[in-house]
Design a protein. Structure first.
Length: 174
């Protein structure tokens, strides 16, 4: 059984799509551990703010099957393939970590944006503060503490999780 760390982001009907995405992830992967939800300014383009978070799950699926499942969930939530990299998203789900696997195929693991995007690193540091990045060999808590917090604006928000979702929400002041 592999432990997977999943990034979710949305800025098109964000509450609706984030809730739907979480329910779909729970359906495919079972119980989820969740970070808080963060609001962040768009990165790479001018657009409405995003809601972002990280979920943790366990799976017997191979990496490629996990990614294919994420694509099905995104498509079910209105994601259109072939969009520009930096553009509004109904739902963006990315595999950040698959245990401590380091690879380039079928996807890059650990996902490179962990070290560069506050909207990924801060929620990941909440759910896995003591876990070490498999390449940087530093804990996510230490990576977040060292991160230049002036380069991207984000903040935790109050979020009403769906009643059907039974999250283990780990709130932190990281």
């Amino acid at each position: 059984m592999a432990r997977i760390y999943i990034s979710l982001g949305t800025n098109i009907s964000p509450e609706q799509h984030l809730k739907a995405g979480l329910l779909d992830l729970q359906q495919y992967f079972g119980p989820l551990q969740l970070s808080r939800v963060f609001e962040s300014e768009s990165v790479g383009f001018k657009g409405t703010n995003f809601l972002n978070m990280v979920a943790v799950a366990e799976t017997n699926l191979a990496i490629g099957e996990v990614v294919a499942t994420f694509k099905r969930i995104e498509q079910a939530n209105g994601r259109i393939r072939g969009e520009k990299k930096f553009s509004p998203r109904s739902l963006d789900i990315d595999l950040l970590l698959y245990d401590d696997t380091v690879c380039d195929e079928p996807v890059e693991l650990p996902r490179g944006e962990i070290l560069f995007n506050a909207f990924v690193l801060w929620p990941l540091a909440e759910v896995a503060p003591n876990l070490n990045h498999p390449i940087a060999q530093k804990s996510y808590h230490a990576l977040w503490q060292a991160y230049d917090k002036q380069c991207q604006n984000l903040w935790p928000i109050a979020f009403e999780f769906p009643a059907e979702l039974q999250p283990n929400i780990k709130l932190s002041t990281l």
